[in-house]
Design a binder for this molecule. Structure first.
Ligand code: TXA
Ligand code: MG
Length: 316
């Protein structure tokens, strides 16, 4: 468990312009003082992240929100009340306090209040918004445990180990523009839940690249990863040295490894475990990971978004 001395040390590092990896409820983040352009530049360097891909500023209070934006719509407060702290990122106009590098020069900033006591304690102690992408190399699997960060990223001053995360996939991102709110990245908070609070613009979930970082290939495991609708789609000879991740398919003993991400078809549990399973399989001696698709409804939309990117360009 993390004690207050560790939080204190991590907060001092943030204040000095160093990077700290920390747990949130979604995935681990790689954090820097969001108001310090020089510190934020180190994130892009360590992650090998292209500068066109802006970061999320993490806050611990609505006062910090006011620091980041001078123009906060009342609907943003409604969303904050309903979903914060929690896995919802809201893109709003930015104030001049926010350095260009955080927003890749866009007129907007992405903000969220994470639902994790370590993250909130760190932000409060550091006394500044913390800019943090997921703590992985650009385009690779997001970390759901501290050891994923330690293994895959060098040059981080400190990694706060808060154990495995609760949600397992990144936050839902929504943006307010002239036509209303639009979902830029699906997550565990679904369109159905959001419209209980604020209306979404006509096409709630549009196709194509929306958030600048929403490229088609992402979350890529080191191994070939292929989506299938059932294990019957896979030729026998390919099964022997492969892993299979069924959703509702029957057990198939021809595979070397079979892991069911959610025993009871619970998509929330599926989301929590999928990145951890892919991290684990990367270490194993197999040729390919076959994943059975999940229904594209509710949380399934966010899961399929991640799976399609992980499997981009790979077919049987
Ligand atoms: O759950 C999460 O959101 C995690 C944890 C650490 O909070 N963070 C995360 O950050 O997933 P990252 O950097 O991996 O993804 C942030 C996404 C990128 O696709 C980026 O393009 C988009 O947010 N984004 C950031 N600022 C934006 C802006 N001003 N307008 C549109 N999209 C933005
Ligand atoms: Mg990421």
């Amino acid at each position: 468990m993390i004690d207050h001395l560790e939080i204190e040390k991590a907060a001092q590092l943030i204040q000095k312009g160093e990077l700290v990896a920390f747990p949130t409820e979604t995935v681990y983040g790689l954090g820097a003082n969001a108001l310090d352009a020089y510190a934020v530049a180190k994130i892009f360097e360590i992650k090998e992240r292209p500068s066109f891909d802006p970061l999320i500023a993490h806050i611990a209070s609505l006062d910090m929100l006011k620091l980041l934006s001078d123009d906060i719509d009342s609907r943003v407060y409604k969303l904050a009340e309903a979903f914060w702290p929690g896995p919802l990122t809201i893109v709003i106009p930015r104030s001049k306090n926010v350095p260009d590098i955080v927003c890749s020069g866009l007129p907007t900033v992405a903000v969220r209040m994470p639902d994790h006591k370590v993250a909130l304690a760190l932000i409060k102690k550091a006394n500044c918004p913390i800019a943090a992408p997921s703590a992985n190399k650009f385009g690779k699997l997001s970390p759901t445990q501290a050891q994923h960060v330690l293994k895959n990223l060098q040059g981080v001053s400190m990694v706060l180990d808060g154990g495995p995360v609760k949600v397992g996939i990144e936050s839902t991102i929504i943006k307010l523009d002239d036509t209303g709110f639009r979902i830029l990245r699906p997550g565990i908070i679904t369109a159905e839940e959001i419209i209980q609070v604020v209306p979404l613009s006509d096409e709630a979930l549009q196709e194509g690249i929306l958030a600048p970082g929403m490229v088609k290939s992402h979350y890529s495991p080191e191994l070939r990863t292929v989506l299938v609708s059932s294990s019957n789609d896979i030729p026998h000879e390919l099964k022997r040295n492969s892993a299979y991740l069924p959703f509702d398919d029957d057990a198939d003993s021809e595979f070397k490894i079979v892991i069911r991400p959610a025993e009871d078809l619970d998509l929330r549990k599926y989301a929590t475990s999928i990145f951890s399973i892919l991290h684990e399989l990367q270490e194993s001696d197999i040729d390919c990971i076959y994943i059975q698709t999940v229904p594209k409804t509710g949380i399934g939309i966010a899961i399929m978004d991640r799976l399609e990117k992980a499997a981009y360009r790979h077919t049987i």
